[in-house]
Design a protein around this ligand. Sequence first.
Ligand SMILES: *[C@@H]1O[C@H](CO)[C@@H](O)[C@H](O)[C@H]1NC(C)=O
Ligand SMILES: *[C@@H]1O[C@H](CO)[C@@H](O)[C@H](O)[C@H]1NC(C)=O
Ligand SMILES: *[C@@H]1O[C@H](CO)[C@@H](O)[C@H](O)[C@H]1NC(C)=O
Ligand SMILES: *[C@@H]1O[C@H](CO)[C@@H](O)[C@H](O)[C@H]1NC(C)=O
Ligand SMILES: *[C@@H]1O[C@H](CO)[C@@H](O)[C@H](O)[C@H]1NC(C)=O
Ligand SMILES: *[C@@H]1O[C@H](CO)[C@@H](O)[C@H](O)[C@H]1NC(C)=O
Length: 903
Amino acid sequence: MRHGTRQNISDCYPKRSKLYNFCLYCICTYLTLINMTYWSECLWNIMRLTLDEALAVGSQLEIAAINGTDIIPLSPTLAAQCGYSMDSDPWGNTKVFVSLLGCYVDNQADETFNLGLRFQMYGDGLSKKVQRDVTETCSYSRWASREILCDRNYMEVSTLMVTPEVPVTMDGQKAVAPNSIWKMTFHTPDSKVMVLKDAHRAGYGAMTTPTRLVLRSPYNMPETYAEEVAGVPMEVFSVSTYYKQVRRLAIIVAAAACPTGGLVFTDEVITWYVPRRIPPLISSAFKILETHMGIDGQRLDKTMMAIRRYKLSITESHVVIELPVGSPDGYYKSHAPDYSYHITYTVEPMLELLWRAEDTQADTRYKVLFPITTPLMPRPPHVTENRVPEQKVFNVLLGTFLHDVSLLNITFTTGVLTVTECNARGFDFQEHRFANSSKTFSLQVPFSDEVVLKHNPNPLTTVYFLPLVFGLLILPEQIPFPHPAELEASLEDVVLPTTTGFCDQDNFYISVKYGSQGDNFQIMMLHAGSWRELDTELYSLTDNNTHVSIVVPYTAPDTVFESDSIRARVDLLLLETPNMWQLNDLSLACNFPLTMTECYPNGTVTALAVKVESVRNLNPKYLTLSDQSCKPVFSNDRFAFFSFNLNSCGTTRTFFDNVMVYENEIAMHHSMGKHQSRKGLINPDYRHTVSCYYLVNDTETMAFRTRPRNSDPKADPGVGQLVVQMRLAQEVSYDIFYQTEDYPVVKYLQQPLYFEVELMRSTDPRIALVLENCWATLHEDRTTLPSWDLIVDRCENLDDRYIVFYPVVADARVHIPAHVKRFSVKMFTFTTDETVLKEQIFVHCDADLCDTTKPDGICSGQCASPLRNAKPLKPTGSRGMFISFPPHISMNFVLLSSVTTAV
Ligand SMILES: *[C@@H]1O[C@H](CO)[C@@H](O)[C@H](O)[C@H]1NC(C)=O
Ligand SMILES: *[C@@H]1O[C@H](CO)[C@@H](O)[C@H](O)[C@H]1NC(C)=O
Ligand SMILES: *[C@@H]1O[C@H](CO)[C@@H](O)[C@H](O)[C@H]1NC(C)=O
Ligand SMILES: *[C@@H]1O[C@H](CO)[C@@H](O)[C@H](O)[C@H]1NC(C)=O
Ligand SMILES: *[C@@H]1O[C@H](CO)[C@@H](O)[C@H](O)[C@H]1NC(C)=O
Ligand SMILES: *[C@@H]1O[C@H](CO)[C@@H](O)[C@H](O)[C@H]1NC(C)=O
């Protein structure tokens, strides 16, 4: 059994006030009078006076008894001695109990009782004392032969004085006069004797009324003692009183025993045990006649007890009262011992018993007023978070608190804000009250406010953290207590920066759009296989606080060539600092119009080799052509640039149907470093074939293109032109030629026309130019009739006696004689039906290019085979004919032999 203790007057609170120390029989609150409303009630053998919320913080209340014209201030000692008690709750609701047998009560024959009380309030906020006098008359005549009253500060017993015959004195007065008590023997249980005066001085109350002896003692007096009865601690006051009666001395033994404990608490129920049989009071068999339960000194009927769920029961050993914690007859109070929130519940039940002793048939009325306060019950406040993450707001509920708690301020990491300041900042602080007057507080703090701390545990997640301390206050005592709370929310709300890009003919254009974290990223670029920070010196970079734009030329150091043609790539990485999280990346590859190989008509070939990504150890510096002495004319760690002539550096030549191909190969040769023994071996990882194609058609255009080793469909062919021209010389010396503006050239019949056909600008001595067929027409179209053959199957038309071939020798102008053919014809005209057609004539030739290293074919020479069978119109002599130039040349390509490629 856990026992509570009886609440003494000295326990009333608050205890902090200095006022308390000199507080007389005052209510131990330092409150101020607002409006004194009060009422009094007679409750059997006591009178109760109630003052509602009479006081406010800062003042005190004194009570004095009025005895006729005398005003007697009631100190706590005097109150206990005289049968007065007082109690108030923290809000100033005050109750005063006065025993009808108390001092200063005008007792009319133990039936009518007149009481007078004076209240005086003064202190803070009151400019002067406020004073009220209260008088009340109570009637009570159903006295039991013994009445025991246990109030909060005293024990009282009164017994009927047995005066069988009251002799009448000479003057007709009754012999027994009040205050005829002589001496008292206190049993503790040792005996101690005091005369009445000493007993009064020691703080005991003792007097007689017309019919009764009244004895009163405060608790814990030297002459009282504690005793445990049936497990319940009791305080016992037991006295033998000697008083004078007529002619003899009478003695009355009286005792009071009041419980000081016997409480068992749970969170829901208070159980109050009172021993059923209290030894000092009951010596023989007895019978309980009445039991009553009450609150604040007032009996409750059965209906009210049922409503309140109070229970009164009698067991073998105890009378048991059960009260649910929180019933409206009591009150809750907040406390904050060690700054942690607790509550107590206080209620003041009353137990009243009437029993009859079977031997004497004497009745005893036993009445206990028993204020109970539960032990401190911890009520740690809960912080509840109602969070809708999308709203990005901490929605906090703090509670539950009693009505006497208010929230003053909230301490954030940035400082303290009052409730008003919180609302001004948009935190929407609210107080919510329940029907039972408990309350909770709510607060909404947006994630975006600076009081919310943020960090990212990973690239996509933001953790929002709100540490705060609620500053709470218990009223009216103004006891502060803080309550810390930490709120945390984690949201995948990070928007990563994004990268996009495109290319034009020259550059990569890269744009990085900021994510939700602003510019917390570093731009890294892949350079030679490892990431390095973007070189802001190297590239044009603009940052407008939402986007970063970068321009990277495709030949920049940070690009890589995916293949050795024209596809380049740049790799970008966004790194978060300082965690080095990879936020995003971009790999942008584009085709650029990079000319890898160019074939010039004069036989010069330029070729560019790039370091391709797939060949790790490729160093362009060490690339050579097939002839390893042919090194790049320019090189660095990414490029090698070759320029060479088609008849050098090991260039091979191949003929196909309509195509003549020169080929060479760029490869890396191990001419460096440790592997001396493997010097000259070709690195199998990298070979790049450089090809020049000659496509020959009737517009004498030669097309060149490169054929990469890995046939890349996107390869952009290098295009060049090879020119074959036919000119007319003025003399057989072939020194001076007619110029474009001289045409049409006018010639007389039989005047010689000196033709020269030349493969222009080629420097390849292995090619020979051979005239296959030449003929004249009247019209520009080479296929029109009439036509006259001049050269047929590489030989002069035997029907035309005037056609002559001239040998060509090298001179200042002609470097390779095989590239040039000369012949002359005599000017002629066409005739039709004997009519001379004096029109322009057009001369056409078909030329062949042939391989002089295979002399068995056409290249064996002009007119090597004497076969001919042309049947042209026979030209007849005529003067003043025109020849129109430039001559049209048709060129056919003849496959002379199949050539193996050098791959
Ligand atoms: C109260 O007043 C009455 C008469 O007015 C007087 O006889 C009595 O002694 C007084 N009692 C006290 C305790 O002063
Ligand atoms: C008051 O009511 C609320 C809500 O029903 C409850 O949480 C709280 O505990 C009650 N307070 C008391 C003191 O009973
Ligand atoms: C905040 O409120 C507490 C009450 O819990 C109080 O003690 C403290 O002084 C207040 N702080 C400020 C800065 O007002
Ligand atoms: C920043 O640049 C981007 C493109 O580079 C553009 O779309 C955006 O509108 C610009 N923002 C501002 C604020 O100028
Ligand atoms: C061939 O022509 C190119 C382009 O016109 C020129 O750069 C180069 O020097 C010429 N080579 C020779 C050997 O003339
Ligand atoms: C000759 O080549 C040119 C240029 O490549 C082309 O446009 C033309 O059609 C070709 N002619 C013949 C007859 O193949």
